[in-house]
Write a protein that binds this ligand. Structure first.
Ligand code: UDP
Ligand code: MN
Length: 253
């Protein structure tokens, strides 16, 4: 049987959430042997996400944990101020450690709900021994970031932003083998990691740069894009609401 791709997605309630999760779920439907671990940044599992998962046709696990208030972005905060999705990804790691064992073959990929994923990416990562890596498009203020590869080995990184980070890579640019995560039970993301060092906080506990496994034709192909969705403007909705004429709240968007 094919190794399972455990795709871990932190997600939170906002106007575009259902649209994001619909698009991502329909991408994942095309990937064989995939298990979607969806972790809501919320004290409870919402019915919006519960129903979406039930209808999705995917194999999934639904979890929730709320980001501690001191670490949560507040309305109006610039989005880079605090790390996002940290406790959610850690809960997924905990679930895997509690529910999977040494005989389970698989790979773990942290897939944010707003990125864009080529189906080819999933086959690149499926047979990962330790940690596999590839370029990410539209990130870090450049067209793409990528690991640099010489003779099949990662020797450095092409990145403009904070290049001295231990692993200057975006979350979307790597996958970790499940056995490696199970063999390193303390490896996790650190909420207190310096800005930009979240990925490093996990990876430093798992591999060295020489051990990284380059994918996507020696990291020359972009198969995932760090797209971000514009926040929809609700100018008319707000105006109508004041007159008691807001849209029907029983319709889920
Ligand atoms: N996220 C979350 N709680 C938050 C903000 C974000 O769970 O308060 C999730 C979000 O749904 C996404 C991931 O964390 O799957 C990364 O967030 P975002 O895409 O906003 O970050 P960026 O693209 O800026 O790295
Ligand atoms: Mn994002």
């Amino acid at each position: 049987a094919l190794p399972t791709i455990y795709t871990v997605t932190p997600t939170y309630t906002r106007l575009v959430q259902k649209a994001e999760l619909t698009r991502l779920s329909q991408t994942l439907l095309h990937v064989p042997s995939l298990h979607w671990v969806v972790v809501e940044d919320s004290p409870v599992k919402t019915s919006l996400v519960s129903e979406l998962l039930k209808r999705s046709g995917l194999r999934y696990t639904h979890l929730c944990t709320q980001t501690p208030k001191d670490f949560k972005l507040q309305e109006g905060d610039p989005n880079w101020l605090k790390p996002r999705g940290v406790e959610q990804r850690n809960l997924a790691l905990q679930w895997l450690r509690e529910n999977r064992g040494p005989s389970d073959e698989g790979v773990v990929y942290f897939a944010d709900d707003d990125n864009t994923y080529s189906l080819r990416l999933f086959e690149e990562m499926r047979f990962t021994k330790r940690v596999s890596v590839w370029p990410v498009g539209l990130v870090g203020g450049v067209r793409f970031e990528r690991p640099l590869v010489e003779r099949g080995q990662v020797t450095g990184f092409y990145t403009a932003w904070k290049p001295n980070r231990p692993f200057p890579m975006d979350m979307a640019g790597f996958a970790v083998s499940l056995p490696l995560l199970l063999a390193n039970p303390a490896a996790r993301f650190h909420l207190s990691a310096q800005r930009g060092n979240l990925e490093s906080s996990l990876l430093q506990a798992l591999v060295s740069i020489e051990e990284l496994e380059p994918r996507a034709s020696n990291c020359t192909k972009v198969l995932v894009w760090h797209t971000r969705t514009e926040k929809p403007k609700m100018k008319q909705e707000d105006a109508l609401l004041l007159k008691g004429l807001g849209s029907d709240p029983s319709v889920e968007v």
